[in-house]
Design a binder for this molecule. Sequence first.
Ligand code: NAG
Ligand code: NAG
Ligand code: NAG
Length: 344
Amino acid sequence: GGGGGQQGRGRGGPGGSVRGTWSVGTALLHLQASLGAASPRPPEAPPPSGPEEAAPQAGWWLHRGTPGLPRGGRLMALEAQPLLWLALWTLAVLARSSGEDADGGWRRPGPGAPAAVTEEEHCTVERRADLSYAEFVQRYAFSRPVILQGLTDNSRFRDLCTRQRLLASFGDSVVRLSTANTYSYQKVDLPFEKYVEQMLHPQDPISMGNDTLYFFGDNNFTEWASLFRHYSPPPFSLLGTTPAYSFGIAGAGSGVPFHWHGPGFSEVIYGRKRWFLYPPEKTPKFHPNKTTLAWLQDTYPALTPSARPLECTIQAGEVLYFPDRWWHATLNLDTSVFISTFLG
Ligand SMILES: *[C@@H]1O[C@H](CO)[C@@H](O)[C@H](O)[C@H]1NC(C)=O
Ligand SMILES: *[C@@H]1O[C@H](CO)[C@@H](O)[C@H](O)[C@H]1NC(C)=O
Ligand SMILES: *[C@@H]1O[C@H](CO)[C@@H](O)[C@H](O)[C@H]1NC(C)=O
């Protein structure tokens, strides 16, 4: 796999479930705080003097009408009832939307899950928020990969990329699939709905990359214009290059083995995508028809520290920049939706 790289190959990943849990948990805390604040302590209630007395106050709304509760507590409970319902309703809505928000409906339970594919122990690619264009050019553009955070707001695009909305808008549209090996020779055309419902399953760990079909690139930008016009690419350009998008959706455990091409960015919309990168002069050892998953299981564990790639898992909303001719392999840890901006 030395010579030519392959143009237009891949990338893409939930921090979502963690975020969902966090938001509901946080909402609960806010809720307790605001309920407490909204029901001023009646003057006759004794002020709390220690943790033992403060504790029942914090949980009063669960004990409404308990005979042992002091009068002040029952009074607050009655006054706060509408507020309580509002709060419970808010929680229910939050819990629902955070569940959907986390994975866009892409993560599906079912048989055939691959051997657990996990994040790296140590991310060795720098993560930068608030990176200026000048520093991007000086430190990264021509020398090393970097993960960019908070560069653009693609929440609208993300909303349009849920499983339900993409199927509703583009279910009948024909997509071109490529094999998931280093040099993709074979292409297959299939209605998008068929791909999502029949082929978007977790990677079989023993199948070959040249036998696995993958939706990434070869996009019909005319037909999908109503979606792509909502994507804001990373705002950093390189002199003399023109950006080109490649959009993809792929199952957990799938990915493209090592290859290289020009510089570009890769953003995760849903799911998580693990990356392995080597500088141009450090050609990795790999079989071009084996999957990244097979490489991770068979070759990676035996690498000496100095032979290890740079690696990191990109979460939804993050963007990885890879410089010109850097070797890279990708592995989707979840069913992932992703979009790359190649600077050709
Ligand atoms: C995939 O590659 C393997 C090994 O490189 C080869 O033996 C096999 O025939 C290939 N499969 C297809 C469908 O081309
Ligand atoms: C990879 O698979 C393709 C067909 O899918 C085959 O033509 C090619 O020879 C294989 N490459 C290697 C190195 O086995
Ligand atoms: C893109 O989609 C349009 C509308 O369905 C179709 O007419 C056109 O042939 C497609 N272009 C390519 C390159 O497939």
